[in-house]
Design a protein around this ligand. Structure first.
Ligand code: PLP
Ligand code: SF4
Length: 433
């Protein structure tokens, strides 16, 4: 199958960019300079082409959102502004009050209990041999469903945050921790986003990690390819820095990967293909992690198309995450049932190594579990019970479906604390039998 990815001048539909040519639009510096950070800017770009009611909906959405707006012209102009309520890109990056739901009672802005496993401010050490390293808290785009909304993207009206940019002095402390803990072999560099780290700092981080004898594998995570593929093609220093770290690792028989974050086939254009082709030619192994988002990509057809597109470009679809139980993006969560249905529908449609594992990252630090491996799933209350023997063999962990997807009877359980406690005990008894 030959795919022809989008390659028209789609940005010309926005009045302000009507006369911007391909070359100007392709310039990643122009994209960054013209990134959209404020409602005022959105109003000035869209007031002639969208309904004022929609703009007012964003205004009140921003009052409640835990994430600020940040979006590149490249993504912004791929949104179908004739149908903005339904557009899968708009849903990810622009909040609407009319869509929002009250947070789930068990949601938590540190739903994965990362603070509990924090070692210093920049390392999360939960699993025996792998860690997260969070060198910065800024990204080239802000996703309304961000699991680290407590840290990433700056304060909003509802959420105070401490932001940090690149601070190599603090990184040194993290490198010491990794050196001192010889069981650690694998480092995921996340955050925040690699796109906001300079070439010099990428080499510094990559090489410092690879110089630690016990570190065997390094992963760089970035949403950038979905947001601004032109940077990979145009910012040669940046792309070469990644490539240099990959080479440096290869010489030491160590693996370095790039992990991207595409959620929808619409995020893939001809520029994406060219950027990934460049990385492929440089021998850089790229994998993708998606988040399952209600109304964005929660159908087998959309997921199958995304997987086919990624595989075509040499990207391995690695994970699909069930949306974490963070507040303020309840409307984007799906039920476990939906995830199991999608797993059944995609498995067998293509090569096994290009079939992503769908995982649920459990409340209270239970870690990622394959979604079909729950101990018990009570569709009435939406509560699923899980075990995670490598993290805590004795503990029972939980995940919950969005209340919106429960029956009336199921929702009633959540309105009454006594009823809920009794129901939860009953479920625990079931798996302890
Ligand atoms: C996701 C995650 C990792 C990496 O897990 P993989 O399943 O190997 O991708 C490491 N540490 C933490 C705390 C994580 O959340
Ligand atoms: S790119 Fe990743 S870290 Fe940044 S806002 Fe989006 S989900 Fe969060």
């Amino acid at each position: 199958m030959q795919y022809n990815f989008r390659n028209d001048c789609f940005w010309n539909a926005i009045p302000a960019w009507e006369n911007i040519g391909r070359e100007a639009f392709f310039d990643y510096k122009w994209q960054l300079k013209n990134s959209i950070h404020s409602l005022d800017r959105i109003v000035s770009l869209l007031s002639d082409i969208v309904d004022p009611i929609f703009l007012a909906d964003i205004r009140s959405g921003l009052e409640k959102s835990a994430m600020n707006i940040r979006i590149t012209p490249y993504l912004f102009s791929q949104i179908d502004w004739s149908e903005p309520y339904h557009d899968p890109l708009r849903k990810q990056y622009l909040p609407l009050e009319s869509e929002m739901r009250a947070p789930h009672p068990w949601s938590d802005d540190d739903s994965l209990a990362e603070k509990q496993n924090g070692k210093g401010s920049l390392i999360v050490h939960r699993y025996p041999d792998k860690v997260l390293f969070l060198p910065i808290t800024v990204c080239p785009v802000y996703c309304m469903y961000c699991t680290r909304s407590r840290l990433v993207g700056g304060s909003t009206k509802t959420k105070e945050k401490d932001m940090y940019g690149p601070k190599p002095k603090n990184w040194t402390e993290a490198f010491h921790y990794l050196r001192d803990n010889e069981d650690i072999e694998d480092v995921v560099i996340s955050g925040g986003d690699l796109y906001q780290i300079s070439a010099k700092h990428i080499e510094l981080i990559g090489k410092s990690l690879l110089d630690i004898p016990n570190i065997r594998r390094v992963r760089f995570a970035t949403k950038g390819l979905a947001v601004l593929p032109m940077k990979v093609l145009g910012d040669h220093d940046w792309t070469n820095a990644i490539s240099n770290v990959v080479e440096y690792g290869r010489e030491k028989d160590k693996q370095v990967f790039l992990h991207t974050h595409f959620n929808h086939p619409k995020e893939i254009t001809e520029w994406t293909r060219e950027a990934l082709s460049l990385l492929f030619k440089k021998g850089i192994i790229v994998r993708n992690q998606s988040v399952l988002l209600a109304g964005v990509n929660d159908t087998p057809e959309i997921m199958k198309t995304l997987i086919k597109y990624l595989s075509y470009m040499g990207v391995q679809p690695y994970y699909i995450y069930l949306h974490d139980m963070v507040p303020y993006s309840e409307h984007l969560r799906t039920s476990l049932k939906t995830a199991v249905y999608i797993e059944k529908s995609i498995r067998g449609s293509t090569a096994g190594f290009n079939t992503p594992t769908i995982v649920c990252d459990l409340l209270m630090g239970g870690g990622k579990r394959q979604i079909c491996s729950y101990e018990y799933y009570d569709e009435l209350s939406g509560i699923s019970l899980w075990k995670s023997p490598n993290l805590d063999p004795d503990k029972i962990f939980f995940h919950c479906d969005p209340l919106d997807e429960l029956s009336k009877e199921g929702r009633e359980i959540w309105c009454d604390k006594k009823k809920l406690d009794a129901h939860k005990d009953l479920l625990i008894q079931k798996i302890n039998q």
